[in-house]
Design a protein around this ligand. Sequence first.
Ligand SMILES: [Zn+2]
Length: 248
Amino acid sequence: MMPVSRPAEGETLSARTSTLLKRRQTKANSYVEGSAAIGGAWKAFGGTDAKKEVAEKLEKVFFGKCAYCEITVARDVEHYYPKSLYPKQMFQWDNFLFACKNCNTDKSNRFPVDDNVPLLLDPCNDEPADFITWDLVDSGQPILPPDRRLAETLAFLPQLRAQSLATLRLQAARNFKWLLTEVLEPTPRPSDALAWLESEVDPKQQWMSVRRQILRDPDWQPIITKVRTQYPHLGPMFDAIVDPRSDP
Ligand SMILES: [Zn+2]
């Protein structure tokens, strides 16, 4: 999971779509939690140009990746606060995330709260790295501190612990570490190692949280500093991963 800057509605959605969302939200405000009208209203929204615009804008904001598990086959407009339980949030831009089918389905309308405070990690408001540290040596899985919010998030989003994804995370970590050292060699092998490293820090890549963890790892700073010195153009690309919410 990567921290994401979701722009304000007024900065990204067209006035027309904003108006349409507001109109639909006004109607949705009268829906009772769990009522069948909620699903119907969302389905009716499905075929509209406004929905299309929302999905396209979210795809850009989330770099086409699932807000939770980072795979690139995301295409669902996901509600952080589930629409069936929080109809007053169902047409709110600030409640929209981009997610893959698996995460969206797994989460469904489950939403753990403690004293009205959500426990599910929110990539737009939380700092995921405060909660998730990946084991990049052996398993590719989250290292589990006794933190309640991470435990709840993993319980509701089993995709985060899927073995197939863990294997790919480990692979991404190994490639990235290897490339960071290889580009410092007098004659990097392969010769296009630098271009490869550049492509690895493209925010559209999956498993960016893995590379972010390495870029933030104190043990790796001596090598990363050397890479930044030798290839200054990589600095802003690294910075954008380390702190994606800061203005470039
Ligand atoms: Zn996902």
